[in-house]
Design a protein around this ligand. Structure first.
Ligand SMILES: *Cc1c(COP(=O)(O)O)cnc(C)c1O
Length: 386
């Protein structure tokens, strides 16, 4: 006897257009001579790390960027051999597997550098390290007053042969055009830090600081490598410029139930919504556990049969209701939460604006209960591994 289904087919799905990912990747690679690292952390912003990595690599990206070593290992275990950098490491991280699988490692502190060197000695590898300097974000990266120590320490370890400093990098406070002045100040601090490293004897081949926004708007941040994330998924990183990126994910569901109700009908928990006229209510089997923000109540819209309709009342854990007005609707009809926007459907950028968050948060919040389905010419490859 077979037990099925294990995937929630028939409720909802996130359709990921890998051709859009390839198109967006090319938007970055074709305008630069720098190397492009496709940032596929957090399961490629919820799109699926392995299929997205394959699509991005085939469209001209040559590096992959991830937050954790577990994410890097997932890529390697699925046969991806492109260079990978991982940058968030636990205080007690065991780097041996990452080194065996040839993953480049970021280090912001002597603490991590020492652990990387110890692991490299233990597996007999030379670790490839990217030293990170904090130029103002105050997140990871060594503070300027720690930098000299860090580079000398790294240089000593290089002499011992346990590691090589392949890269020096930093992250911007904001890559968008209106922050250009801050970006230039960060770049100056970055240049100074690279100079200090060179004086200490390091010879980094890769300097990198640009995210999607900076890669598109501030060519002065280019150096040898760019690190686009959100742009690969088709979200314009600075809404004041439109480059023609194509949203890669469409989040759609099938109405699970439809009911006709009279005017003055309260809907969902605590009746936060009351119909103003006789209405068709469509039950959508997606809730906040699937990443639909509760704050979309009273502001979020969905796309049904060619028009937009409001979310009626509270978004609950597993479902919400859409007020479809006078439009005829049937069980199983398709409803779109966000998509490319080409036909008038909402985009992930609109959902982010409605709910006062970033498109990154909406995309990475789409839960594991929602099956991903891949379309485009890389979809077959994805189906094999998925
Ligand atoms: C997420 C991330 C990126 C990608 O940034 P986007 O704004 O999504 O392009 C680049 N670099 C680092 C260090 C990141 O954490």
């Amino acid at each position: 006897m077979t037990i099925s289904p294990t995937r929630n087919v028939g409720l909802a799905e996130a359709v990921v257009d890998l051709d859009a990912v390839a198109h967006n990747t090319a938007m970055f690679t074709e305008r630069t001579s720098a190397t492009v690292m496709a940032v596929v952390k957090a399961d490629a912003f919820g799109h699926g790390a392995v299929p997205v990595a394959m699509a991005a690599l085939s469209a001209g990206a040559s590096w992959l960027g991830v937050a954790t070593n577990a994410e890097a290992l997932e890529l390697r275990q699925n046969g991806i051999s492109a260079p990978i950098l991982s940058w968030i490491h636990g205080h007690d991280e065991d780097f041996r597997d990452a080194l065996r699988l040839d993953v480049d490692l970021s280090a912001s502190s002597i603490h991590h550098l020492t652990r990387i060197a110890t692991a490299a000695t233990s597996v007999g590898a030379t670790a490839q390290v990217h030293l990170k300097v904090d130029t103002g974000l105050r997140r990871s990266g060594a503070q300027p007053d720690e930098w000299l120590n860090l580079v000398h320490h790294a240089r000593n370890l290089e002499r011992e042969g346990t590691l090589h400093v392949r890269g020096i990098w930093t992250h911007l406070i904001s890559g968008v055009g209106s922050w250009a002045e801050t970006t230039f100040a960060q770049r100056d601090l970055f240049d100074a830090a690279v100079e200090v490293a060179r004086e200490a004897g390091l010879r980094p081949e890769l300097r990198h600081l640009a995210n999607s926004a900076a890669a598109l708007h501030t060519p002065e941040t280019e150096y040898e490598m760019l690190r686009p994330g959100i742009g690969l998924y088709g979200v314009e990183p600075d809404p004041s410029y439109v480059y023609g990126l194509r949203p890669a994910m469409t989040l759609r569901a099938h109405l699970n139930l439809v009911k006709r109700v009279p005017a003055n009908t309260g809907v969902s928990y605590e009746h936060n919504y009351v119909t103003s006229k006789p209405s068709t209510l469509g039950l959508v089997p997606l809730g906040y556990a699937d990443g639909v923000p509760r704050s979309a109540m009273a502001i979020g819209q969905v796309w049904f049969a060619g028009s937009r309709y409001p979310i009626a009342g509270s978004v609950t854990m597993d479902q919400f209701v859409a007020d479809l007005g006078a439009t005829p609707a049937r069980i199983g009809d398709e409803i779109v939460l966000f998509g490319t926007g080409e036909h008038g459907e909402p985009t992930v950028a609109e959902w982010a604006a409605w709910t006062k968050t970033s498109p990154h948060e909406i995309l990475t919040g789409i839960g594991q209960r929602v099956p991903r389905r891949y379309v485009g010419k890389f979809a077959e490859v994805a189906a094999i591994q998925g």
